[in-house]
Design a protein around this ligand. Structure first.
Ligand SMILES: [Zn+2]
Length: 307
């Protein structure tokens, strides 16, 4: 039975996204590749790279068709939540009537988003998983059973050998999508424009070659970016740079501010396995994350329906 996809009427709050510093880029990573550049995010502050306008759309319309446009998540298999350690079924946000207005980007740049301006009162958050080191078949089963929509930000040098796995995850029909996390996971802030463009456009090419479509969203490694990143992303045909407001550690969520989720928060997790999670599996970590989301009364949305 299909999950009811009530269309949301009404206007979307067009408030500017608070582009304050999210938690440290690829925060608390125990993955060696993530240790390389865990600095400089402190420089990514409101007013420097954040575009504070509130009018208009993203100014950088999608350049590519999406042959795998995300379907709405349908209802999970009855009882699936119990099998995966949840007390009750997950709730999913209805597909929005339209895309919310984002802060306007400067000419030739993409906007930066770390929280979606969902309509007032809608307690929706979004799941994103980065890198692509862990390819746990059990996670495929979990995502299928629970109908999880996941935005996968893949790095070619990490995820490349496992693209088949991520293709299967995308093709579960749960609303998951593959997005750009660079070719080799550098700290883009340390690179000149041309090198940044090579990292970003290069991964666009790789992902198009493998999956038949060009991503629309970029997550810069470690969350580190500068004006050249926003320009390169635009020049590579992307529509937004996507950061996060909460990040999943091994046991708990860490928040960019405060001690709770807020409506529209983009949640960061990583494809990690027991060697990086102190023995926990990716599915166990995900169960903990989903419990935290449920405990706070949130439902899950499809990020690509909003961006
Ligand atoms: Zn990463």
């Amino acid at each position: 039975m299909k999950h009811a996809r009530r269309l949301t009427a009404g206007t979307l709050a067009a408030g500017a996204l608070a582009l304050t510093l999210a938690v440290t880029g690829c925060a608390q990573s125990v993955d060696p590749i993530e240790r390389l550049g865990r600095k400089a995010t402190a420089d990514v502050t409101d007013g420097q790279d954040g575009r504070g306008g509130k009018n208009g759309n993203d100014g950088g319309g999608p350049k590519a068709a999406r042959p795998h446009a995300s379907p709405s998540p349908s209802a999970p298999r009855p009882g699936a939540h119990k099998a995966w350690g949840l007390d009750r079924p997950l709730e999913f946000a209805p597909k929005p009537a339209g895309r919310p207005a984002l802060p306007a980007a400067a000419p030739g740049r993409v906007p930066v988003v770390d929280r979606i301006p969902v309509p007032a009162g809608e307690k929706t958050v979004f799941l994103t998983f980065d890198d692509g080191a862990e390819r746990d078949p059990q996670f495929l089963k979990m995502a299928a059973d629970l109908r999880l929509p996941i935005s996968m930000f893949l790095t070619h040098s990490v995820a490349g050998p496992g693209y088949d796995h991520f293709g299967r995850l995308r093709d579960l029909g749960t609303g998951s999508a593959i997005q750009n996390h660079s070719l080799t996971h550098p700290n883009l802030r340390t690179l000149p424009y041309a090198a940044q463009k090579a990292e970003i456009c290069g991964q666009q090419e790789q992902l198009q070659k493998r999956f038949g479509e060009r991503p629309r969203l970029l997550r810069p490694p470690f969350g580190n970016y500068n004006d050249d990143t926003l320009r390169a992303a635009k020049d590579c045909g992307l529509s937004s740079v996507v950061l996060w407001r909460a990040s999943m550690q091994i046991n708990d969520l860490r928040y960019a501010e405060g001690d709770a989720l807020r409506p529209g928060d983009i949640v960061l997790a990583h494809f990690r396995g027991p060697s990086e999670l102190k023995g926990a599996t990716l599915t166990e970590m995900t169960t903990r994350m989903l419990r935290r989301i449920q405990e706070q009364g949130y439902r899950i949305g499809v990020l690509e329906d909003y961006l």
